[in-house]
Design a protein around this ligand. Structure first.
Ligand code: ADP
Length: 470
């Protein structure tokens, strides 16, 4: 386990974040140091250039006032004072000959020292840098025409500047690995911190995987993204838990609802066989077996249809449906049953036709189920009223009764598979009708609303949105 984790470290986001951080840190450090280096070296060079320029101005004045001899003397003095190997001065003719110069013995062997500077022009100084390989430093030379085609040449070694820059480079190359190490350290810390929330979620996910669905991720300061992840994860767990609970309920209900008729069938067959009855008793038994089996098959088919409709597997065969026609047909179908209970079953029509795009057979089942319920759960001599409302955005089919009603807290539950209110248990039914009705209406983009007052009655509204208008 430990070894496996060690190997996988290279694959982790923590490692990648650290690497990115260290690389970025390194690049930024190099860029920062390089920038400062370039600034330093250019300001040092500018300083040298301005010193050289000042010398030229000074020598130019001396030449103008004291002539060639005066200049030669000044060259000697300056060279003595600053060191003949550190500075040099000379006045050259237009042909390049030396008219006056400091001691050049250490300068003349430098390759390119006496070459004519191509950038030299009448108006301003031209600067040249020559690298001296043996001594590992550069020399900087300024040239300027002064008068009669003669030009002044002054130069100095830049060894001090280069020493400083070399020191700077050395410090930088020593510090860089330390900086990168710091970058890695900070990177690991930050990556660990960033990933701690994800790891928390992953840990809970592993524990949930072992079957403990009650666990939830708790996050405090891990940042918005992690909070969102934890929230979605907890939400998902909530839904899974609910689903598992529902599945358990459904399985229990299926087991219960299948066992009762099967036990009845078996009991009847057994008692008929033991009593050694005549053929009529066997016929009667066969009749009951067929009836009970039909109920079972119908129940299983309805369950399948609900599952297929909810999951979208079952395709609706849509066509323009005349709501008056299907409600009228359902009314005709249920009138005898309503009359048996002295219930008035009235359908209040609007003027004009009301059409929607839908699956006629399935919508017929929805309406039949609602009317059936309204009659089933109403006492004799009550009323069931079917009506239609239509506005620009909705079509509503309203089925209102003044029957036993539904407790407020049970209203959501009645749409669950196999759910039956305690007060309804004496009435025939399997608790699947409303689940199927809601699945079908939702597959049409609509919904079912319920308003109910126990003991006063219930109103179901089947609502179809504008999209289903014909
Ligand atoms: P079933 O009618 O077969 O029991 P349904 O899914 O159609 O199954 O209805 C679920 C439950 O909702 C019913 O058992 C009943 O308790 C309640 N119910 C449905 N319609 C009405 C109604 N019109 N009045 C009162 N209760 C109702």
């Amino acid at each position: 386990m430990f070894l496996k984790e060690k190997h996988n470290f290279w694959d982790t986001v923590t490692f990648r974040l650290t690497l990115w951080y260290a690389v970025l840190f390194g690049i930024l450090s190099i860029a920062g140091f390089s920038l400062v280096y370039v600034k330093f070296s250019s300001s040092l060079r500018n300083q040298v250039d301005s010193e050289l320029k000042n010398s030229i101005v000074e020598f130019k004045n001396i030449y103008a006032q004291e002539g060639l001899n005066g200049l030669q003397e000044e060259f000697n003095r300056e060279s003595e004072a600053n060191g003949k190997s550190r500075v040099f001065f000379r006045l050259r003719s237009s042909k390049g000959n030396s008219l006056a110069a400091s001691d050049l013995s250490e300068w003349l062997p430098i390759k390119g020292f006496s070459a004519f500077p191509h950038s030299l022009n009448e108006s301003q100084e031209s600067f040249v840098t020559i690298h001296v390989p043996k001594k590992h430093y550069n020399i900087r030379i300024a040239n300027k025409f002064i008068q009669d085609g003669n030009w002044l040449q002054v130069g100095q070694v830049m060894s001090l500047n280069e020493k400083f820059l070399a020191e700077y480079r050395k410090v930088f190359t020593t510090i860089l690995p330390i900086l990168i190490l710091c970058g890695i350290g900070v990177g690991i810390l930050m990556a660990r911190r960033a990933m701690s929330g994800v790891q928390k979620v992953a840990k809970i996910a592993v524990q949930v995987g072992t079957g403990n669905l009650d666990l939830r991720v708790s996050v405090k300061n891990e940042g918005q993204e992690i909070k969102e992840l934890a929230y979605s994860f907890n939400n998902m767990l909530e839904k899974i838990q609910l689903l598992v609970r529902e599945m358990k309920d459904v399985t229990n209900n299926i087991a219960h609802d299948l066992r009762s008729p099967l036990t009845r069938i078996r009991g009847l067959a057994e008692s008929t066989r033991l009593a050694d009855e005549n053929i009529d008793a066997y016929r009667e038994m066969a009749g009951v077996v067929v009836e009970e089996s039909d109920k079972l098959v119908e129940m299983i088919n309805t369950m399948l249809e609900i599952a297929q409709t909810e999951s979208g597997v079952l395709e609706l065969s849509k066509s323009p449906v005349d709501l008056y026609e299907i409600i009228g047909n359902a009314q005709d179908l249920f009138l005898p049953i309503a009359e048996e209970k002295s219930i008035s079953l009235v359908f209040k029509k609007l003027s004009g036709q009301v059409m929607i795009m839908g699956d006629k057979t399935r919508l017929q089942r929805v309406i039949a189920n609602m009317i059936d319920n309204a009659i089933k759960y109403s006492p004799p001599k009550s009323n069931v009223l079917i009506s239609i409302e239509k506005d620009d955005s909705h079509i509503k089919i309203i089925i209102a009764d003044n029957g036993i009603g539904i407790e407020e807290k049970e209203i959501d539950a009645i749409f669950k598979r196999f759910y039956r209110e305690d007060s309804s248990r004496t009435t025939p039914g399997n608790g699947l009708g409303l689940s199927l009705a809601l699945a079908i209406v939702r597959a049409h983009g609509g919904n079912i609303q319920v308003k109910s007052h126990p003991g006063q009655g219930t109103t179901f509204s089947i609502i179809f949105p504008q999209e289903s208008f014909v």
